[in-house]
Design a protein around this ligand. Structure first.
Ligand code: S3P
Length: 441
């Protein structure tokens, strides 16, 4: 597909109320758990972005029946735990690390063989971190590209073994892959993480009737224990709005003078609210209007008003709760007064792009002083951004959306070389931002 450049320009204040699309993490999981359940799972508010649609295609190829019954409304007829069949074709996950890694885990617990592939960005991302525990559980990768990368052919375990696994980095994807494989292992599969990562898998496992317990481990960690070989029971899933998508209109409303925007039904799971905490420390005016919960996940309506921001220090232990939000936080930091130091960002190097490098390049291209020191990103904010640069997005949706947001408040326009990847996580980003008054063309 040919690239689609896009430019953001400063215009009047942003005003309005909107609900961003459903949470990407929960949407992938709802389809995968639905596919592993006997019976009918009804999902509402599913994110219909390319990443999640690719997971849906994979579920079909593995034997589940999926029906779209309305906008964001999907019905999944599952095959039961361990019930996947060998797919006729390669499973293509496009740009999505989450889809690919979770389904690797789900396939590892079934006596089948499947080939996994993705686009050029996904082919560069590390998969050995998933293959390691799955191999311990009895799965075998029959082939993989150098360094354990895609394309990978995985033979699932005939008799999966339960393991106790300490994740080498705090990653919900590694944790989820092990737990998904553990569903068909006898006995208890245990995952220990030294810092808690998003817990949607644990919550959905409990929601679908699995026996799962979560206990604290050390200062910031958790120990998750799953009892295997039990069937999942179908249960409806309501997907709240994605806080990682809400982050873009949120920061836009903070930095475009005079703006006031309400974002409704934003998920406020505490393992996803690091950006909210950080922006509040920066002096952002964000009010929680109404909170509620559904299917084990909390959500709230948020009212955001533009105002001055100040630089802050973001501690490394906060990284898991805002891992996808650093590009847009860097944009907020560029408009703040003073220096913002974001510590412990090593994992940003292995996302859809090397986000540490991509953010630093994008800031430099737009006249923002910033540097990378080890695994830290330091942004020197002056309260204003010159703009005028074109940012290379490196097949990364969040780099594209972050720098387009920057252009809405910078003195000169900000362009991105390719906006097509926005469709992986936030279809409707451009019309939604325009509906608030943003100038994007
Ligand atoms: C996700 C986990 C995070 C995050 C990704 C979604 C998930 O990755 O960056 O966008 O849904 O489990 P890691 O778990 O690898 O940090």
């Amino acid at each position: 597909m040919s690239p689609t450049p896009l430019t953001a320009r400063r215009a009047g204040p942003l005003h309005g109320s909107l609900r961003v699309p459903g949470d990407k993490s929960i949407s992938h999981r709802a389809l995968i758990f639905g596919a592993l359940t006997v019976g009918e799972t009804n999902i509402s508010g599913l994110l219909e972005g390319e990443d999640v649609l690719n997971t849906g295609k994979a579920m079909r190829a593995l034997g589940a029946v999926l029906e779209r019954t309305g906008e964001g409304a999907w019905r999944v007829h599952g095959v039961g735990v361990g019930g996947f069949r060998t797919p006729a074709e390669t499973l293509d996950f496009g740009n999505s690390g989450t889809g690919c890694r979770l389904v690797l885990g789900a396939v590892a617990g079934c006596p089948i063989r499947a080939t996994f592939d993705g686009d050029a960005s996904l082919r560069r991302r590390p998969m050995q971190r998933i293959l390691d525990p799955l191999t311990q559980m009895g799965a075998r990768h029959e082939s993989a590209a150098a360094g354990g990368r895609l394309p990978i052919t995985l033979a699932g375990a005939r008799e999966p073994l339960p393991i106790l696994y300490r994740t080498p980095v705090p990653s919900a994807q590694i944790k989820s892959a092990v737990l998904l494989a553990g569903l068909s292992a006898p006995g208890e599969t245990v995952v220990i993480e030294s810092e808690a990562s998003r817990d949607h898998t644990e919550r959905l496992l409990a929601h679908f009737g699995a026996e799962v317990t979560v206990a604290p481990e050390g200062a910031h960690g958790r120990r998750i224990t799953l009892k295997g070989e039990s069937e999942l029971v179908a249960a409806p899933v309501v997907v709240p709005a994605d806080p990682s998508s809400a982050a873009f209109p949120m920061v836009a409303a903070l930095i475009v003078p005079g703006s006031q925007v309400t974002l409704t039904e934003v998920m406020t799971n505490p393992l996803r609210t690091g950006l909210l905490t950080t922006l509040t420390e920066m002096g952002a005016r964000i009010e929680i209007l109404e909170s509620r919960g559904d299917a084990g996940e909390a959500m709230a309506d948020l009212r955001i008003r533009a105002g001055e921001l100040r630089g802050v220090e973001v501690p490394p232990e906060r990284a898991p709760s805002m891992i996808d939000e650093y590009p847009i936080l860097a944009v907020a930091a560029a408009f703040a007064r003073g220096t913002t130091v974001m510590r412990g960002l090593k994992e940003l190097r292995v996302k859809e792009s090397d986000r540490l490098a991509a953010v630093a390049e994008g800031l430099a291209a737009n006249g923002v002083a910033a540097e990378i020191a080890g695994d830290d990103l330091i942004v020197h904010g002056t309260g204003a951004v010159a703009g005028g640069g074109t940012v290379t997005t490196h097949m990364d949706h969040r780099i594209a959306m972050a720098f387009l947001t920057m252009g809405l408040a910078s003195a000169r326009p900000v362009g991105v070389d390719d906006a097509t990847f926005i469709a992986t996580s936030f279809p409707g980003f451009v019309p939604m931002m325009r509906s608030l008054g943003a100038d994007l063309s």
